[in-house]
Design a binder for this molecule. Structure first.
Ligand SMILES: *[C@@H]1O[C@H](CO)[C@@H](O)[C@H](O)[C@H]1NC(C)=O
Ligand SMILES: *[C@@H]1O[C@H](CO)[C@@H](O)[C@H](O)[C@H]1NC(C)=O
Ligand SMILES: *[C@@H]1O[C@H](CO)[C@@H](O)[C@H](O)[C@H]1NC(C)=O
Length: 421
């Protein structure tokens, strides 16, 4: 890949000589990536390769940003690394689950009168998601607002619970064939917890308009009995959108009241198979944002496919019942953060293949919702540009412009500064 260096081009234009081309690398990203350990059980797959192949683009783009003074101090050399769960050492994984359990013990900061059921700092994030679910999932915000939401969660783990690592993601393909026996969900001390007890009354998750029209139960559905979250107390929810069976009712109709109960899961191969490497690879072949977005959401509905859910849905139901299966309260299962980090990674890989044309791409959809998250910014140059609108995280963090959420290497004043490995 040959890149033209911006500063030299301007000089060349001024002096009338031919533009000089400069090859990368411009940073030590290769050393940085190759020194991040990988689990030898899982060979590099085609999506990992796409990610690696796009790094010279990212390096050249960062080089230009640095030359223009627009990188907010973020460089590839100082960027944080978000890792795949199985590539993390067992101690790193346990440090992560301990930090989550710490957040579950710290007192909530959200409004007690509005969320009488929010007990912990962990619940503050569930409370935000359940009251902003419509806005978080519209076409403008699915990627950007979730990026910010997950980043704030990662920041809380680090700042408030002394966690030294970063938010892990899951390469779904590593677990899709047998999620229940995977390092992610086998229920041992370095996993994210195990399956729920069998509950024959839990049938699965209906999928209207698809064939098959249900993600059939994987055999769980009851309380999780093994791993770090076996004793977890779920507080908020369920809401009217819950998918679990025979769940204890919340005292408030909107699910915001106190309802302490166990974490319920159904570790589900039928869901996970909708997010294989083949599916992610196919998703990343889309050159238009609209098509990339639609395919992620399973639209148009794939034909002759036993797992036609779309990666967004598939990822949510890999282990979901309650609160993970309820679109409002899904961050109540810590696995939520793995899924949305994985979607963030896929979005970033897609962007990094053609940064100049894709960085600020927004999907168009007629389903755009009435967003109370979208506020006018009086100082915005173009008030009608959605990228200039504000993503307000209320009690979780300050409002920032949507466009800031698109740049994970220098956005949000440089606070976003991470890569995936
Ligand atoms: C970048 O770092 C320098 C030195 O620490 C600091 O003075 C400056 O304010 C930082 N700039 C930004 C945009 O964060
Ligand atoms: C947990 O399971 C994984 C995957 O089977 C294994 O590599 C690891 O050694 C186990 N760890 C513990 C603490 O049992
Ligand atoms: C979306 O809305 C526009 C404008 O109302 C309309 O022309 C277009 O057909 C709609 N597209 C879809 C897919 O409904």
């Amino acid at each position: 890949m040959r890149m033209i260096r911006g500063a030299l081009v301007s000089l060349a234009l001024l002096s009338g000589v031919r533009a000089v081309t400069v090859d990368g690398p411009f940073s030590n990203y290769q050393t940085k990536i190759s020194s991040s350990p990988r689990n030898p059980v899982y060979p590099i797959d085609s999506v990992d390769k796409m990610e690696a192949d796009a790094m010279p683009n990212v390096d050249a783009w960062m080089h230009k940003k640095i030359a223009a003074g627009k990188n907010n101090n973020c460089t590839l050399d100082n960027a944080a690394i978000r890792k795949e769960w199985s590539d993390m050492a067992e101690e790193e994984r346990q440090a992560y689950t301990s930090a989550i359990k710490c957040l579950m013990k710290l007192p909530a900061k959200s409004d007690k009168t509005r969320f009488s059921g929010a007990v912990s700092r962990y619940d503050d994030f569930v409370a935000y998601h359940m009251t902003h679910a419509m806005q978080l999932h519209d076409n403008l915000h699915l990627f950007g607002a979730h990026k910010y939401f997950v980043w704030l969660f990662e920041k809380a783990l680090r700042d408030e619970c002394g966690y030294k690592g970063y938010q892990p993601y899951m390469n779904y393909d590593r677990y899709a064939e047998d999620p229940g026996n995977s390092p992610l969900l086998n229920g041992n001390a370095s996993s994210m917890g195990g399956n729920g007890a069998p509950d024959p009354s839990y049938k699965g998750v209906p999928q209207y308009g698809r064939t098959p029209n249900i993600i059939k139960s994987g055999g769980g559905g009851g309380c999780v009995t093994s791993g770090p979250f076996a004793d977890m107390v779920v507080n908020l929810g369920p809401t009217s959108m819950a998918t679990g069976s025979k769940l204890p009712k919340n005292p408030k109709t909107d699910g915001t009241g106190p309802n302490p109960r166990c974490l319920r899961r159904d570790v589900n191969r039928n869901a996970a198979m909708g997010a294989t490497n083949e599916k992610a690879n196919s998703l990343l072949q889309n050159t238009e944002m609209n098509k990339f977005y639609d395919q992620l959401l399973g639209s148009p509905v794939p034909k002759n496919d036993p797992y036609p859910w779309g990666i967004h849905t598939a990822g949510h139901y890999i282990a979901a019942v309650d609160p993970g299966g309820d679109p409002n309260t899904s961050p109540g299962d810590p696995l939520f953060y793995f899924h949305h980090t994985s979607l963030d990674r896929l979005w970033w890989i897609w962007t990094s293949q053609s940064i100049d044309t894709r960085l600020y791409a927004l999907p168009y959809s007629n389903a755009t919702m009435n967003m109370n998250m979208k506020e006018r910014d009086a100082e915005a140059a173009d008030d009608s540009n959605p990228l200039e609108s504000l993503v307000d995280m209320e009690w979780l963090g300050p409002a920032i412009k949507l466009k800031e959420t698109h740049d994970q290497l220098g956005g949000n004043g440089g606070l976003f500064c991470y890569i995936y490995v």
